[in-house]
Ligand binder design. Structure first.
Ligand SMILES: Cc1ncc(COP(=O)(O)O)c(C=O)c1O
Length: 424
């Protein structure tokens, strides 16, 4: 029988990994003279080696050419966001005109709600998941306040119906159907940040639309993690960030999707000159004529230095390809799950769904002995260079990223937890 816990087994699986060379394209932080076992790509992805060169390219161009850099080849700054468009579209399963890299996730969520949350007398409610990422909740609640609507009456927070904090599709469907007549907007995550549960976006969009609501997704934990078909999902809009699985650096410029059917919408929007029709932008006229498609929601000329690493990152994704990454991710997270079940079941509980189609890379773990023990384990792991992250009240998130994590990393984590348990 295969000894899953042996170095030989982990090394053999790493040796046959067709994506193994990609690890060398990342800068792995060091700990006591060795690579960290870095499982925190769900929070901040590692730096691709190619990132420095693209950032330096911008700095050099700025030094040499100053304002002319907006127009001169290669990579003029004026249409710089277009350099990432095609690859981004491919990554999220959208048409190029449906995606734009701009702002930050929360800012984009607000911009989307300004356009796509249009309460009427009958329909005022916004539906989100209970325990949603705080920024999303603040954004939604503040949009309601902004429209003079009391969140107590208009914010619907769907409670998870499973004991581990996850949602059944039936519960989501029930919540939508039960509120169909008053629902204006649904904002749902692609992958829930605390539990790691992944959702069937097409199905949620279908049920939401059937109920007469607009459907938008927060894909912070989904993009670059699970395969997405945003166009086919029928979602009205989606927003995400690029600093997690997309490895584009802290606070990297974020992403936004607007479905093609809204490309020429006359809905209100908060406008800025960068969203104005490109042919007219520099006429400096008083009238705003939005560029059709997602580009029409841009406000400002983008921070080129913040956008540059995304080029390097998307280059890696284009070569690795999402289907291959996902295949490896399912294996790697499955290996982590197998080892926890076999070796640590009495110590650790897995909150994330067991079905690979209902999760991405992340497993959310809870130490059975309670919060204090969980926190102690988390801090102990950090002293060994094993980096996950902690989400209150008691969750350790461990996310093996298929671009740079290995089976050996996973084994190191499991051994460290075993040793910690033996040490009492
Ligand atoms: C699910 C989710 N939504 C929103 C945010 C907020 O992102 P930003 O700070 O880029 O606005 C995060 C950040 O981690 C997140 O995980």
């Amino acid at each position: 029988m295969t000894d899953l816990l042996s170095d030989d087994h982990a090394q053999a699986r790493d040796a046959e990994d067709p994506l193994r060379a990609f690890r060398d394209e990342f800068l792995i932080p060091r700990h006591d003279g060795a690579d960290q076992a870095y499982f925190c790509g769900n929070s901040l992805g590692l730096q691709p080696r190619g990132a420095r060169a693209v950032v330096e390219e911008v700095l050099d161009k700025w030094a040499r050419e100053a304002v002319e850099g907006h127009f001169t080849q290669p990579a003029p700054w004026m249409p710089y966001h277009e350099l990432v468009r095609d690859r981004l579209a491919q990554l999220v399963g959208a048409e190029p005109s449906e995606v734009v890299a701009m702002n930050s996730l929360t800012a984009n969520l607000h911009l989307m709600m300004v356009s796509f949350y249009q309460p009427t007398i009958e329909r005022t409610a916004i539906l989100i998941e209970a325990g949603s990422f705080p920024s999303d909740r603040y954004a939604v609640e503040s949009q309601l306040h902004y429209r003079g609507l009391p969140p107590k009456l208009t914010l619907i927070e769907v409670e998870p119906d499973n004991a581990d904090g996850t949602f059944s599709m039936a519960a989501i469907e029930r919540a939508i159907r039960d509120n169909a007549e008053r629902l204006a907007l649904i904002v749902w995550p692609g992958v829930q940040y605390r539990t790691g549960q992944a959702f069937d976006l097409k199905e949620i969009a279908r049920i939401g639309h059937e109920a007469g609501a607009i459907v938008g997704f927060d894909l912070a934990h989904a993009v670059g993690n699970v395969e997405l078909s945003l166009h086919d999902s029928g979602a009205d809009f989606a927003v995400w960030c690029h600093y997690k699985y997309l490895n584009s650096g802290p606070g990297a410029v974020a992403g936004c999707f607007v479905h093609e059917r809204h490309a020429r919408t006359t809905r209100p929007r908060f406008a800025g000159w960068w969203g104005n029709d490109q042919s007219q932008r520099f006429r400096m006229g008083p009238e705003f004529h939005p560029t059709p498609g997602a580009d029409g929601w841009q406000l400002s000329n983008p921070p080129i230095l913040g956008l540059a690493p995304l080029r390097a990152s998307l280059d890696v994704f284009a070569r690795a390809t999402m289907p291959a990454l996902r295949r490896k991710s399912v294996q790697l997270t499955g290996y982590l799950e197998q080892l926890i079940d076999a070796q640590l079941a009495g110590t650790i509980e897995i909150l994330t769904p067991r079905d690979p189609s209902q999760r991405g890379a992340q497993l959310s773990l809870r130490v059975r002995a309670g919060r204090e023990a969980g926190r102690a384990l988390f801090e102990h792991l950090a002293t060994l260079g094993i980096v996950g992250d902690w989400r209150e009240p008691d969750v350790i998130r461990i996310s093996p990223a298929p671009l740079y994590n290995t089976h050996a990393d996973v084994l190191r984590f499991v051994r460290a937890v075993k040793d910690w348990r033996h040490a009492g």
